[in-house]
Design a protein around this ligand. Sequence first.
Ligand code: DQA
Length: 146
Amino acid sequence: MQRKIVVLNGCNLNLLGTREPETYGRDTLADIEALCRKTGEECEVEIEFFQTNFEGEMIEKIQSCRGNTSALVLNAAAWTHTSVAIRDAVTAIDVPLFEVHITNVHKRDAFRHHSFLSDVSVGVICGFGIQGYEYAIRKAALLTKS
Ligand code: DQA
């Protein structure tokens, strides 16, 4: 199987570029996708890129990765802090998870300090802007190399 890394983006991340730019910067989701695809080429892994504002759709996407995906890079956005259901979807499929956040969630509101995903992730990258996606893909590609 050609290695495939699936990059998943949760609610409101479609608004990047115009959403609270003082917090999230000016890069758009399309910029993130381009960065992920470039990194995938350099690491010789296939990249699938996905965003949804619907929690059930995210769960179905995660479930569909079972058996055909080397790693998940997930920015679950607000669901990080709220969703047992997304955590359960991740633990159900036995695919290594790399949690990403653009911002340093630990410097922000207290309700962002808890993640339902961190303890089921290989690692967490936060606070490095959109480069966090690149770092996660590079690490996931290294760890899944046979
Ligand atoms: C985020 C951080 C979350 O707390 C927030 O709800 C987001 C984006 C980030 O990438 O920094 O929507 O995941």
